[in-house]
Design a protein around this ligand. Sequence first.
Ligand SMILES: C[N+](C)(C)CCCC[C@H](N)C(=O)O
Ligand SMILES: O=C(O)CCC(=O)C(=O)O
Ligand SMILES: [Fe+2]
Length: 436
Amino acid sequence: MYKNISNCTSLVVIMSCNRLLRLSTSVQNLLRADIQGLGSWQCRIRKILPTVTGRRYKHGVPDSLSCSWLMHDKHLELKFNDVVMRLDYVWLRDHCRSASCYNPKTNQRSLDTAQVDLAIKPAKIRSDNDAIYITWPDNHMTKYALSWLAKYSFEGQVQIVQPRILWNAAVYKEAEMPYVTYNSVMESDEELKKFLETFLLYGIAFIDEAPASVEATETVALRVGLIRESIFGRMWDFTSDFSRGDTAYTKVALDRHVDTTYFQEPCGVQLFHCLRHDGTGGRTLLQDGFNAAENVRNENPHHFEVLTKVPIKHEFIENIGGCHNHMIGIGPVLNVYPWNNELYLLRYNNYDRTIISTVPHDVVHQWYVAHRALTTELRKAENEIWVKLKPGKVLFVDNWRVLHGRDAFTGYRRLCGCYLMRDDVLNTARFLGIKI
Ligand SMILES: C[N+](C)(C)CCCC[C@H](N)C(=O)O
Ligand SMILES: O=C(O)CCC(=O)C(=O)O
Ligand SMILES: [Fe+2]
């Protein structure tokens, strides 16, 4: 699949960025359709190549090679700092940032894109050191800073939505996470930023020396994001009293899982704070689900693909005391962005997975084989870390990526925490200057 398109320079740039970023089949087909529409892609490359060495390119600045361009039928080929960008004319017109097309105060477009002729072509192009200037057929002029194009063009992107460090036990140990305290995070944006950087890269992070109370847990939660209220409450605080219809509320061991797989959008982030434990056992298991999934992808891409395609239903039915809940969420175990195949959400919970009736028997069987491959990977001891949660130690878990579980335990154990809105955690991170 790769070989067919490996002549396409823009794709090579992206693929070399990260091994995750194989273009999805649908994008490849789209590209291939485009290639076929234009006749032979190779011919086209050959036609373009001599121009790259100079002759047919128009150079913006006579003595500089920093910017040069070539007008094609539907797009502008622009070379800047050795990157060749291919910019569709409609895209260029649509992204005009002039005062009549765009309001920088609200960051909103005023231009009505539907009024743009889909066959639009620049009437005139000129450039200087920093920008190119396109005059459109109606005489409207757009200035594009070259740095802006380099940043926002398709070719300028590192096609990763969220950079991550995948880990197993050894990698995690070596990473030596920064020690962050409750007071430092509450007082200093820099400390909060340090904490969030760790959390976003690894999917888990701790805040230590917190007061052992629900109130302090809530306070620190709100420093990081907005609380996502759910059927379990806003802040939850529980013991093994079986007050709810779920094994979490007992003393038995819980195998690795992520929570709320039975929500159409599972909760993005979860906080755990053990306020008291007088007894034995009850350690917490944590592991990077994306690392395990990537190992499956490397060893057997078919298994990986099956897990991204077969829709699986999870369900929570509860009728206990005053609690009457029936939640359903449907989606594949592995969720990838369709444009770059990057993993973004894992829906893995063997307790809450309900009857599979979405696919026929032969696909079901393939799914079980693929699911077994993932489970086998997850159950390797080298992929697990175990921690004992103690009063004062607040654990933040990316519930779309990192699985948790626990040992069976004895004695009185009180755990509190909450879910956070994922978008709002990212919002806090961006406000602090984290590029994500
Ligand atoms: C106690 N706490 C609210 C954190 C979780 C309860 C949810 C447990 C459920 N089986 C799940 O995995 O989603
Ligand atoms: O008791 C624990 O440590 C965790 C239980 C659990 O999985 C949960 O509350 O989501
Ligand atoms: Fe859980």
